[in-house]
Design a protein around this ligand. Structure first.
Ligand SMILES: [Zn+2]
Length: 217
């Protein structure tokens, strides 16, 4: 599978600063960020999740992704992402016989705001999600983290399952992830897990550790 992350908004930080300023009757001048400053700006925006953050739109483009994974991702409609899915109409694919969806690989593109993406992560990072789907979501987050674009780097840090927000798994059958997270946090950080900012930070570190362990085992 190939992943491409594409920013659709020109001058995203300026668009959000302009919108934020307007809400308090001010006008924002375009700001030149110093090293690391834009990253902090986005982290703050993603913590607050004000509606002005929706000024920023981006595309996630997946090539050769399993069709059954796509059908799970496409069912995420919270905060209105815009999906585009490769067709499997027989008159468009040279009359090839259709295979089962877990043997079919297609292209998929989804246009998101930060908020619609975070909504998708809440559910699809839960360990009760189909594993293949969760791994695709983790791959997308890892791809965001190395874009060297502050908006995506910050978004990767905030991409977390619902249990991190709600302090526990919300599925009928507890997935066990949150308990592992708490144990890890206690032994490694000893930080204040009641603080949501700390919890996001610790989750970001923990998810990387757990991914590495799963790959090694
Ligand atoms: Zn869970």
């Amino acid at each position: 599978m190939k992943i491409q992350i594409e920013m659709l908004t020109t001058k995203p930080a300026h668009q959000v600063r302009k919108a934020n300023a307007l809400t308090i009757g001010k006008v924002a001048k375009e700001k030149v960020f110093r090293q690391g400053e834009e990253h902090d700006f986005w982290k703050e925006q993603m913590l607050h999740l004000h509606s002005t953050l929706n000024k920023v739109r981006f595309n996630i483009i997946l090539k050769d992704v399993r069709a059954d994974v796509v059908s799970q991702l496409v069912r995420h409609t919270k905060k209105a992402p815009i999906p585009t899915v490769q067709s499997s109409r027989p008159d468009w694919n040279g009359g090839q016989k259709r295979k089962p969806s877990d043997e079919t690989y297609i292209s998929f593109m989804m246009e998101h705001s930060a908020e619609s993406w975070l909504e998708l992560c809440k559910q699809r990072l839960c360990r009760s999600t189909m594993k293949e789907t969760r791994l695709v979501v983790e791959d997308i987050i890892n791809a965001m983290a190395i874009t060297e674009i502050p908006f995506f780097e910050a978004l990767a840090e905030f991409s977390a399952p619902k249990c991190i927000y709600r302090y526990g798994c919300c599925e009928r059958l507890q997935c066990g992830y949150f308990n592992r997270f708490l144990k890890h946090v206690d032994s490694v950080f000893g930080g204040d897990r009641n603080d949501i900012k700390t919890r996001f930070y610790m989750h970001d570190c923990f998810s990387v550790t757990e991914q590495r362990e799963n790959r090694d085992s």
